[in-house]
Every structure is written in C-alpha cells, then in structure tokens.
Design a protein. Structure first.
Length: 505
C-alpha cells in the first residue's frame, strides 16, 4: 500500500474534525474523498500533507510509519497538496509562485531564465499558455487555480492531493485537468522506486467528476469514514445518501414566476464596463434571474460594475423604479443592493473576526448609538441569523476561519439578510460547497425570493441555474446574447447562446 492513515483523530475547539479515521491509498488509484463541508476531508488531507498534526493515530508511507514535521518534509517524501483555498502570492510572478522557496540557481544567484523556462513548460502541461513573468494577481480565479496545479506538478510528487481543484474551472479546463491526472498516474519517473507507482487523492463536491475520473471513493461524515468502495459500485444518489444521511432534491426546477407582469424591482440599463458592453436586464419581485456563460464571458465583471466594486463607463442601475448611485460598494448597499462575491474569503469575509462581527458589518449603523456599536444587539441579530440559516458553529463568537466552506458562505448570506437588501447578487454561491449545503443555499435563495426580493445568480454550473432560476440570461464576450425561461433552458440552448461570439440580444 502506497499511503495509509490509521486511527487518525483531530479536535479543534468545539469540533471533533476527525474521529478514528482509517484510509488506504494504493498505487495507480485516483481515490475520491467525499463528504459534506465539515466532514473532515480537508483536515485529513492536511494531516497527510504535514500541514496539521493529528492528535491521535499515525501515517504510513510504503508500509513504514512516517512523521512529517511540516509540508516541506511531506513534499520531500513525495506528497504534494493542491489547496482548496489558493496558496499563492498575488504580487509575485507566475514563475516565482511555482518555484517559490526552491528557485533554480547559478551559485548563489537565482537563475531567472531557467525558472521562466521551467514554468513555461509546466504551464503548458495544464493548458495555460501565458507569460510566466505575469504577476499572479492579474489572473482570474480559474487562472490562479491552474497555476496552483502546475506548482504541485512541478514537485515531481508520487502522491498528488487535489482539494476541490475544479471549483473555479470551465468545462474545457476540467477536461485538461483530467488529462493531466491520467498522465500523472501513467507516467514513469526515474526518481520513483521501481514498482512504487503514483496515486491521486481527489476531493470534489462535483459527483459527476468523481464517477468519470476516480477509481475508488471514501465517504466521510462527521469526521468518520462511513464507506470505502470502488467508484463503479456507488451511484451518485448512493454517494449523496452516505454523505448527508438524508434525501436531497436534485430534480426540482422552478416554473413560471407568478406576478411576472408586475413592474421590475431591479433593472440594469445599457451597462458598459471593461469587457461588458451594453448589458440590460430586469428582475421582478420574487424572481431569481440567472446569468450563464463561459469563463471570460463578463458575468463577474458585470456584477462588480453593478455594485460599484469596479467603475462603469456608462449605464444605469434602477431599484424600485428609480436610478440609484452605485459609484461605490457603500453607495450600492445604501441603495439596497447586496453582493456575494465569487471569492468569499478575499472579499466577503473577515476571517479572523467572529461570526457576529461579520454578520453585523453591513448594518453597523443600525446598531450604533451615539456613534458606538451596541455589541449586544449585533450579537442578538447574529444569533437569530445563525438559527435561521442553520449555520453550524459552537457560538456566534467563533472565528469565521474555523467554519467549513458551506457555513462560511451562509455567514456571507446572513450579513446581507441582516441588512435587508431588496436586491441580492450571488456570484458562484455554491463554489466549493457540498451537496447538503448547496441544497440549503438553494432554499435560502428561494425563501428570499418569496419575500419579494430580486435575486441574481451567477453560476458556471448550468444545472445549478436550471435548479433555481425562473429565467436565465446568457452572456458571451461581455454581451447578453439571449434570455431563456427555465423550461427553455436546456444545456444545449444555453451553450448555443454562450458561444454566439459577436452576437447581442
């Protein structure tokens, strides 16, 4: 057996993250690890990669016990981890990120030419044809994810741990990644002992990917292993039932919106900003309006311009029939528009602050008396939100960084619910979130719409938009190329509109 974990336990304040976990990884396997957020998947991977020390249990490599003092030691032993939350530095170049801490040298001097050439070669393997001297911060989230993957491949690892590697990727990029995984498993490496082989541990909430790519599946729930099977023996429904312990509605689609003839509550008129050209759409009270499109279509750029995070060159934003000031995020919030960014950790949360502080942030004026925030009132509001949204946390004083991804996303939603915005824009609301938390978030959006709010949902998952949206607008090259009723929104029709380059509705 290539890698084994035996009786691994890990506890954090108020949370038993892992409870006696056993895990086996054989050479040649692409072994999926699935479970809800908070099930313990990322914690187990951090233990195996030397980032976190287990409280109990041990790890074996090639049958021999090993102790990793840190991730560098694990890397030296052939284990590389691709982080769910990107572990890169925006101010450094792509090449510098790939080779950080192990730069090629000529004597004491870093060999920039060799580093750039090596980076260019490894980037081409993941289908990313860019200048390696480009600052990482200029890349999209998807581009940064591919750089993270390239960095891991450059380590010549025997065991590659991928934690949600496709969360930000397009279908084409996912296909490229699958090819990379296949090559990794098949390739020979002179540095690897004969017969030792290679293997991949693959964490993903996209169960279709697991069925396509993986050879084996281990399911975690509440920090314990509940099943390990060959992937061919577990259907998607069986995996879901093992993960969440309850039935999840996967076929629901909204019908026509009742009251769609009423005046829209939210309108975008002739918006142009960066790659976005002359974008117009309207959302009625109680409606969930989806925005689909390929990576680079301009959906996130449109959302950021609407809420004042980025400047617009022209266009109007209308709420309740009146043109409103959205020259800044603060102005948009005052106008009743809330925005849930695609990157919740960079833009949506203060990770080192408590749940209560995060929920209160957009509404501080509401709880201020004489310029001083009433912490008790803010905490009470946060407690109500935690209960209403079923946020799994020991208390509202828990730091947000200690919550699972799904619960962090619920905190972002909670702060805008507390602010009572008329319009809510969700950008990739379930990225990196498990099927149980996804279902919760879908119901939250439906509940908000039922209160008469206007909901805009941007998603790269067509099935997600089909699940929640009454209508779906499709963008291509910064332009709206068409709008479909849910009943018309087949994958084929959406992709047809998403590839109408040069067209506009």
């Amino acid at each position: 057996m290539l890698l084994q974990a035996r009786s691994i336990s890990k506890r954090y304040p108020g949370v038993q993250a892992l409870d006696g976990v056993d895990f086996d990884l054989a050479a040649g396997q692409v072994h999926a690890l699935v479970g809800e957020n908070g099930a313990g998947k990322s914690t187990l991977m951090k233990v195996l990669a030397g980032i976190t020390q287990a409280d109990e249990g041990h790890v074996l490599l090639d049958g021999a016990p090993v102790y990793f003092s840190g991730p560098r030691e694990a890397q030296r032993r052939g284990i590389a981890l691709i982080h769910q939350e990107l572990n890169l530095m925006a101010d450094l170049s792509v090449a510098q990120n790939i080779y950080f801490g192990r730069e090629p040298r000529r004597g004491p001097i870093i060999d920039d030419a060799a580093m750039i050439a090596g980076a260019r070669d490894i980037l081409s393997r993941v289908g990313l044809h860019i200048d390696p001297t480009t600052p990482l911060g200029r890349l999209s989230v998807a581009g940064r994810q591919m750089v993270e993957i390239a960095k891991a491949l450059s380590l010549d690892a025997r065991i590659l741990i991928m934690d949600e590697p496709t969360a930000a990727l397009s279908e084409r990029e996912v296909a490229t990644l699958f090819g990379v995984v296949g090559e990794f498993i098949a390739a020979s490496n002179d540095a690897v002992a004969p017969g030792a082989g290679r293997a991949v541990i693959y964490i993903s909430h996209r169960l279709e990917e697991i069925q396509e790519l993986c050879t084996h599946v281990t399911v975690l729930r509440d920090g314990k292993v509940v099943a390990t099977n060959p992937a061919t023996e577990l259907s998607r429904e069986a995996m879901i039932n093992l993960m969440v312990g309850r039935a999840i509605e996967t076929t629901h689609r909204p019908g026509l919106l009742a009251g769609a003839a009423t005046a829209p509550i939210f309108e975008v008129r002739g918006l142009s900003a960066g790659p976005v050209e002359n974008l117009s759409f309207a959302v009625h009270p109680g409606e969930i309006f989806g925005l689909a499109g390929l990576v680079g279509a301009g959906r996130t750029e449109a959302a950021r311009a609407i809420v004042g995070a980025d400047p617009k060159s022209r266009g109007d934003v209308v709420v309740n029939g009146e043109s409103v000031d959205t020259s800044s995020v603060e102005a948009a919030v005052r106008a009743g528009i809330g925005y849930l960014s695609e990157d919740r950790k960079q833009y949506g949360l203060l990770l080192d602050q408590s749940v209560a502080q995060n929920v209160a942030l957009p509404s501080l004026a509401r709880w201020a008396k004489g310029g001083v925030v009433d912490d008790s009132a803010a905490a009470d509001a946060a407690t109500r939100s935690v209960k209403a949204l079923a946020i799994a946390t020991p208390s509202v004083e828990q730091k947000v960084k200690n919550l699972s991804g799904g619960n962090q996303q619920k905190v972002v939603i909670a702060k805008w619910i507390a602010r009572d915005c008329d319009v809510l824009i969700f950008d990739e609301p379930t990225r990196g979130v498990d099927v149980g938390a996804k279902d919760d978030i879908y119901h939250l959006m439906e509940d908000l719409a039922a209160q008469g709010k206007a909901i805009v949902v941007i998603s790269s998952e067509i099935a997600e938009l089909q699940r929640v949206a009454h209508r779906i607008g499709v963008m291509c090259q910064g332009r709206l190329t068409g709008t479909l009723l849910n009943a018309e929104a087949s994958q084929e029709n959406i992709m047809d509109l998403a590839t109408r380059f040069g067209a506009q509705a």
